[in-house]
Design a protein around this ligand. Sequence first.
Ligand code: AMP
Length: 352
Amino acid sequence: MVIAKTLGILGGGQLGRMSAMAAAQLGIKTHIFCPETGCPASLVTSYFTQAEYNDHKALKAFAQNVDVITYEFENIPLETIEFLEELKPVYPGRNLLEVSQNRLKEKSFLNDIGIKTAPWAPCHAPEDIAKTLKEWQADACIIKTARFGYDGKGQIFHKLKDNIYQSWEKLKTEEAVIEGIIDFDLEISVVIARDLMGQSSAYVAVQNEHKNHILDRTIAPAPVSNEVLSTASDMAHHLAEAIDLVGVLALELFVTKDGTLIANEIAPRPHNSGHWTIDACHTSQFENHVRAVCGLPVGSTVAHSDAEMINLIGDDVHDLGAYLEMEKAHIHLYGKAEVRPGRKMGHVTILK
Ligand code: AMP
């Protein structure tokens, strides 16, 4: 088994930072490549390159310095990955990135492998909105830009009486997906790790609560039946196999009142809803991601504690007092210099 000695990570946010910290624990160095200086991951890495993702000279030098490359967010240009994979292995593979960068491809792929999604239709012009609502005999829908949407950005709620041209204008895109509205009971996600030997292991499904479209709280395990937990895990395993995952991905699901699971989104990387695994599981999502992409087998995803993870958003980071006094609270701050409303500054995991 060849184990990578230096891991290259595209992107310098908190996911890259926590991956770099997990790599360090395994004696693996990291090289962060990010367009901004002072980013969270740059503060905990052996090597750092500040350059744009289309800077071939910088990408080449980065590739020469590492054994394997991964990415910590899904909006890395595909062209960057194509360039890098000629030079060094890149995990997870391009197919997963391609699928998760475009909601139309994502939904097609999920449906093709038998995973249910909300009803959906492609949208390339305002008339598609009226046509789809008529076809579905629905009085409302959600329209999401096909690309670059996150934390509720790039999506609108459209009612039958709303003006289709205004709705389309608001999205500022040429390609979108129209989705039927799911009357869900709760939102859950499953994080799964799969290694180069094809072994996969999933963390227990967790419940996610959002505030202003941003993840606020994760509860592990999700308060659903064992049957739902096991179906969610089976779905994640099926997806990981089908896409030949190497690394970690998260599958976000809606749970309806009757316990049906409907897939919403795939994140091709460690996920905010998996942060609790650092403190409550034998192997964290970050360690498993590093293990998988560096050629090591994935470790146990079993939780030794139930947990609650609370995101510290914006000014929350100035109010740590209660957590500092709590015996089972584990505080993680990302080292971001500037506090901004809606910005993820850190998180706290409280073991139960
Ligand atoms: P997304 O950007 O796809 O993760 O959506 C952000 C949030 O919008 C989700 O976490 C849900 O709370 C809500 N949402 C998204 N799609 C749907 C849908 N088809 N039906 C109902 N709620 C949705």
